[in-house]
Write a protein of this length. Sequence first.
Length: 95
Amino acid sequence: MVGYAEIFALDTAAALAASRRYRYDDLVFVLPARPEIYVTDGDRRMTFEAARAFGERVREVYVDLGYTIVDVPRDSVETRTTFIAERVRHARRAT
């Protein structure tokens, strides 16, 4: 929410407060930007460069809020799914 508030030049105070109060999980999975599959359309108007910058800002916000970033490797859907599921299972066992 904070990233969207910033991009639309809105006050981020309420979004930051909500983000701190209503945490769901400490892990945030981040997938790499992929220019080869990025397209624009009537709803997605950002250039790839702008979208990548926005994604980096969202990542920074998560870090600033104390979340653990898990970079998902670029690989097949099956491999990425397994990677994420293993990290979630490991995190659940640790709590």
